[in-house]
Ligand binder design. Sequence first.
Ligand SMILES: CC(C)(COP(=O)(O)OP(=O)(O)OC[C@H]1O[C@@H](n2cnc3c(N)ncnc32)[C@H](O)[C@@H]1OP(=O)(O)O)[C@@H](O)C(=O)NCCC(=O)NCCS
Length: 377
Amino acid sequence: MYWGTRADDLIVKAMIGLLERNPSLPKERVDDVAIAATTQEGDQGLTLGRTAAILAGLPMSVPGYAIDRMCAGAMTAVATTAGGIAFGAYDVAIAGGVEHMGRHPMGGSADPNPRFLAEKLVSGDALNMGMTAERLHDRFPSLTKERADRFGMRSQQKVAAAYAAGHIQPDLVPVALRSEQGYGLATADEGMRPETTMEGLAALKTPFRPHGRVTAGNASPLTDGATVSLLASADAAKELGLTTKMRLVSFAFAGVQPEVMGIGPIPSTEKALKKAGLSIEDIGLFELNEAFAVQVLSLLDHFGLDDDDPRVNPWGGAIAIGHPLASSGVRLMIQLARQFEQHPEVRYGLTAMCVGLGQGGSMIWENPHYRGGRKGK
Ligand SMILES: CC(C)(COP(=O)(O)OP(=O)(O)OC[C@H]1O[C@@H](n2cnc3c(N)ncnc32)[C@H](O)[C@@H]1OP(=O)(O)O)[C@@H](O)C(=O)NCCC(=O)NCCS
């Protein structure tokens, strides 16, 4: 539906929605705008944070810049601006990301240095995300296709249930669009498949490898989207009358072998937990980006969590609604913030994601609605 819509217009609409929903924020109080995109060219180029700030009606005095850490672009935008707040350089910042995977196919114009392959720094598989997911199946035989398919089917069912309960819609910003059918209004995610069955999934082709295990049913589809968030110091939030939805406790990024990039969130989560002085038992809600089912399952196995643990992605995830690379990190945070409201017994939540070329990103958040009670399990 966004084929005829510019990528920068998606992020601008999201920013306008954010500002409208926080009317007590004087626009000139925004100290910086960090917007991520993986392919920074064309309508995703020209240092997006600055262009989007101008187009969204922020005063010319508000600066902005672009960020890239592939899938963790928006997460890195949040980490970077939050770091600026912690340092005292900013009071208020806007952070988000956009990816129009239709207009900017993954890796389309990339020109990887030939040394990567010539010097065997990485294998060719490392540059193809589907192949990295196949490699995870190879490495951990307990991560079967059947488990990946079931996880994919559950993601579809959980997103459908969350939509039916109206959990997701309040955070969406409607976007006017023009398609071959004429003018329209995008008000919901596209491409969800609530009718998914295990039989249907078993019959799908394995596009990355003959007789492989990764399919369109247990991978995130290619989608277009944008997300944005407002960050403030505790003092500024109080002064400006902003509603505190989450408190950032710690964050960490980590590197792993690029051929198995899907395990990246395991070391980044361990690092973030250590920095926070917490253990996995303290985490009461998990929002894990579903780039591929097998990659989420590898994290669940590592931390001893069940495939269908109710604390994990309770409203489904990217397998059902897509993973527009640089925007997904903030979607995880938005969903966690809503879930915190509904779960005052949960104190801490985790957002985590794998990143191309072998990385993981994790952020631990505290629930401002916490009223005591259950910690993690
Ligand atoms: C997996 C992938 C290659 C599939 O692309 P695609 O072939 O264009 O996907 P489609 O939506 O056309 O689905 C392929 C087929 O599976 C079917 N299908 C998809 N999901 C299904 C489901 N849940 N149940 C039943 N059938 C399903 C489609 O109907 C289609 O069937 P058809 O071939 O008969 O038309 C693509 O989504 C991909 O590359 N995903 C990974 C993205 C990625 O790497 N992101 C970065 C992560 S780090």
